[in-house]
Ligand binder design. Sequence first.
Ligand code: 3HC
Length: 319
Amino acid sequence: MALPRVLSVIGAGQMGIGIALVASLRAKIPTVLLYDRDPSQITKGLEFMDKLLAKDVSKGKTSEEDAKAAREKIISITSSSASSSTLNIDEFGWARELGERGSDMVVEAASERLSIKEGIFRALAKNLSKDAVLASNTSSISITKLAGAAVEGLGSSINKASEEGKSCAGRVVGVHFFNPVPVMKLCEVIPGLQTSETTLERAKAFAVACGKEVSTSKDVPGFVSNALLMPFLNEAIMCLESGTATRDDIDKTLRLGMGHPMGPLQLGDIFIGLDTCLAIQETLYEGTHDSKYRPSVLLGRMVDAGWLGKKSGKGFYEY
Ligand code: 3HC
């Protein structure tokens, strides 16, 4: 199955940077466009990528030439004009640019908010080639819903059930990577109701080329991974909230008693972010109305306080 020649990654946060890196270094995609509407996020993200590459070179895991080649293929794009938190379709000059530069696959790795992702998918469908794969790295949001937004991007005259609507929705798929992307060995691939077989195969081939094993999940809230992980993290937070055990003892129990590489509170703090944990749990709860997914009050309060984990300097731990 053909790999993309020009991959666009949307969002230069930890996930976007990791995906751009493995796509360039491991999958050897010839051109990787990295878009973020915040230029400082691009600068910070690329500095982090440079550190990861330098570490790989110093450990002999990557040659200096390969690291240099991987880095040179990454072109950053930003739109300093955008300022609102919900993107507006009329402001999507950036999507036109990704289209004009010939993107034949996109991986969206923006914030875990439905309105933001829907806006992006509308813009992508409107501006990219009619055979580009439109993939999302969402942790929990419905791929079927994002495919619906993509079809809306074609204009109000296009019916979702028409041939054109079905063909556009058929190009939307979930490719869910795990943080840190260069290290974690899995990519969960999620077909929506309308995803075509070809799109699914292209998404899997891309993930494998990036050095990942693939698992497939149906398009249910949280997919397999977060339908399992989030109740576990939430239960750990509820144990802390109810005073069942201290923060350190909760994490120690899972690390030393069950062999987890890190405790759940540390994992939420460092590799997910507590705002993202809450957003995923809300999607799970709203999507199923099942009380087992109800986010703990403490998690909501911590996000209200701006204690988002390592990225904000404080979560369950201080950084
Ligand atoms: N970015 C890139 N690489 C990193 C990293 C980071 N943030 N943190 C650590 N690494 C690398 C190190 O550089 C090292 O690489 P090397 O082998 O080339 O030297 C390797 O990871 C191992 O690191 P360490 O030896 O320092 O530390 P550990 O042995 O403790 O391993 C870990 C670190 C692999 C991150 C391990 O703690 C772990 O597996 N933790 C759990 C991570 C996890 O569960 N991630 C999934 C989160 S859920 C998610 O992403 C989905 C979303 O939808 C919620």
